[in-house]
Design a protein around this ligand. Structure first.
Ligand SMILES: [Zn+2]
Ligand SMILES: [Zn+2]
Length: 99
């Protein structure tokens, strides 16, 4: 059992080191091949207008904060739908718009 603990420690160490290296690798990951952009929906940076993946917290171009698009959960089926949607696209339940 000692060996398993040791290897877990090693794993933790290496993932920590990987994080440091990952910071350097991020610009390379941003260079996606044309046509592969369909994987992640893009949002427009409110700061500079660059298109960045919607799951980004900060703009890759200017470092500005990207506001995450709000979603609401359907009370009936639990489907996540964009805030402001009037009817659930999954089950048709009328969504209550909270202000
Ligand atoms: Zn930007
Ligand atoms: Zn629903």
């Amino acid at each position: 059992m000692e060996t398993m603990k040791e290897s877990a420690k090693e794993l933790g160490k290496s993932s920590g080191a990987g994080l440091g290296a990952g910071m350097v690798l991020i610009p390379q990951m941003m260079q996606q091949p044309a046509g592969g952009a369909a994987a992640a929906p893009l949002v427009v940076c409110p700061n500079c207008g660059a298109h960045v993946p919607s799951n980004s917290k900060f703009c890759a171009e200017c470092g500005g904060k990207i506001a995450k698009s709000k979603t609401t959960k359907c009370p009936k089926c639990g489907e996540e739908v964009p805030a402001g949607t009037k009817f659930c696209p999954s089950c048709g339940k009328k969504m209550t718009v909270s202000k």
